[in-house]
Write a protein that binds this ligand. Structure first.
Ligand SMILES: Nc1ncnc2c1ncn2[C@@H]1O[C@H](COP(=O)(O)OP(=O)(O)OP(=O)(O)O)[C@@H](O)[C@H]1O
Ligand SMILES: [Mg+2]
Length: 499
């Protein structure tokens, strides 16, 4: 890709960007949130048209104006949010995704056979007859990869494929990627995780503000160098000056049970937890094991069917969200789009969401616009929210910047307890570092923090104690120093034996 430029209004997503990938290599695309990674790849796959620039495939100039053109040139893309029909089987989905003429995959039997062949060849285990809504996210991803391969992909774009996977699923994906590389397939791999980059890639291209800042051979690079290329500075180690946790319990769950979400096997049963002031209790677990239900119970969004929720010694079971919030609970929701903000509202309004009627922002029922604006500006400043104006809708920011605003709002409101659910999901290294630092700082100011995270690194980096959640129950709980990463990984998949 040569000198690719793409503008969205005033935003330059790609600014004369160059990129190349060779046959049989795993090429990692790194960059902060909003650096232009997805846009560049969407251009390559024909989902988005560049304003200028050239694309060459196998040395030949290529005109790609829609995905069909890209597919014909052997380019495939797996998006972070899959596009499978839930009610259909794996094989039906794959047939539906293919142009019948390409493979003559009109009949189910042939399709099945082909799928099994591809699946066997690259170790992409799937059951062609399984219904999509019943298989795991990792398996759905494999279906998408098989679909791309069956359409003849020799260049496979994976946009943040590991964000939704469990650690064992990541290992499986990596062995598939290695098998594909061995067969000469080019893989373009977008991730925010440097550990993964170092482990799997052959080369790395780093983007910053829509420009390529460098291309390196992974073997010659260190993670620190990559961070510096991405953010333009190195990130210091967290200056973790801990104070001993108080004995005082701020948040307590006593024998809590609650129904799960529809289709979830994660009804909570008999959950006992206590978070003290000045400590971070990390809840480790593979997504879908009750973390969401736990998050909802402690914030009053879901009523427990049994047990008691206690905040600062007061029984608050059955309180609604507002009353729980008023007890001094700051809440960073895992689903920021639905729970953390209103996309169409401005940064200003989002920065006081739920607080606009407090005595601080209102006077005799009238919202004090200047106080609100000042507050918004200070969050934007402190949390480095990259935006053009405080009046623009928050939905127009990149995911990382939306999250920074939400975290900023929550941690600047008066609180004594923090519920932080997947606080850095989808965020770049700089934003992740900053947000983790703020959570540590909150703890050091004596707040009680309940951290729910599917990210093992995050759990280890922040937690004083760790509880493991599996199928709606707490199956193990110790001081963080008493776990190894491997042990915790096994426990998260429910394997208690052999630990
Ligand atoms: N459809 C669109 N309309 C307006 N602006 C857009 C659109 N798509 C992308 N942008 C903007 O272009 C820039 C690059 O976005 P892009 O999604 O390519 O970043 P990214 O590197 O993939 O970031 P992330 O790591 O958060 O996924 C951002 O500033 C983004 O807000
Ligand atoms: Mg992206």
């Amino acid at each position: 890709m040569e000198s690719i430029t793409k503008r969205f209004g005033n935003v330059v997503a790609n600014d004369a960007e160059d990129f190349d990938a060779s046959p049989g290599e795993i090429h990692c695309l790194l960059g902060e949130n909003g650096a232009g990674k997805s846009t560049l790849m969407r251009i390559l796959f024909g989902l988005c048209r560049a304003d200028s620039g050239l694309i060459y495939v196998n040395g030949e100039p290529a005109a790609i104006s829609c995905p069909r053109d890209a597919i014909a040139l052997g380019i495939g893309m797996v998006h972070q949010h899959f596009m499978l029909a839930e009610r259909l089987t794996v094989a039906e989905n794959i047939i539906a995704g293919c142009e019948p003429r390409i493979h003559g995959l009109l009949d189910y039997g042939r399709a099945r056979e082909e799928i099994l062949k591809v699946s066997h060849r690259y170790g992409l285990t799937v059951n062609p007859d399984a219904v999509v809504e019943e298989i795991s996210v990792g398996q759905q991803q494999r279906v998408e990869i098989i679909k791309a391969l069956m359409r003849g992909a020799r260049v496979l774009i994976l946009d943040e494929p590991t964000a939704v996977l469990t650690p064992p699923e990541v290992d499986e994906l990596f062995s598939v990627m290695r098998a594909l590389r061995a067969s000469g397939t080019t893989i373009i791999f977008i991730t925010h995780k440097l550990k993964e980059t170092m482990e799997i890639s052959d080369r790395v291209t780093v983007l910053r503000d829509g420009r390529t800042v460098g291309v390196v051979n992974t073997a010659d690079a260190t993670s620190d160098q990559l961070v510096e290329m991405m953010v333009g500075r190195s990130l210091p180690i967290h200056d973790d000056q801990r104070i001993p946790a108080h004995e005082m319990i701020a948040l307590e769950l006593k024998d809590i049970s609650a129904a799960g979400r529809r289709g979830s096997r994660a009804r909570l049963s008999g959950v006992d937890l206590a978070v003290r002031r000045g400590e971070i209790l990390g809840i480790a677990g593979v997504d879908g094991n009750g973390q969401l239900e736990l998050e909802e119970v402690v914030t009053g969004l879901r009523r427990p069917s049994q047990g008691r929720l206690i905040i600062d010694g007061q029984d608050v079971t059955g309180f609604d969200t507002r009353r729980i919030r008023d007890k001094g609970v700051a809440y960073i929701p895992s689903d920021r789009l639905r729970r953390g903000m209103v996309s169409s509202f401005s940064l200003t309004r989002n920065s006081v969401l739920g607080m606009q009627h407090s005595a601080y922002f209102s006077s005799r029922g009238v919202i004090q616009e200047d106080v609100v604006r000042e507050h918004a500006e200070s969050i934007i400043d402190l949390y480095d929210v990259r935006s053009e104006s405080i009046d623009q809708p928050i939905g127009s920011l990149s995911g990382g910047n939306q999250q920074k605003l939400v975290v900023g709002r929550e941690l600047t409101r008066p609180h004594s307890i923090v519920i932080a659910a997947q606080p850095t999901r989808g965020l770049d290294v700089g934003a992740t570092h900053y947000i983790r630092e703020q959570i540590l700082a909150s703890r050091n100011r004596g707040k009680a923090v309940l951290l729910i995270s599917a990210e093992l690194d995050e759990i280890f980096e922040l937690s004083d104690r760790i509880a493991v959640m599996y199928e709606g129950q707490i199956i193990d709980m110790r001081r963080a120093s008493q776990y190894t990463e491997q042990e915790l990984g096994l426990l998260m998949t429910g394997q208690r034996n052999g630990v």
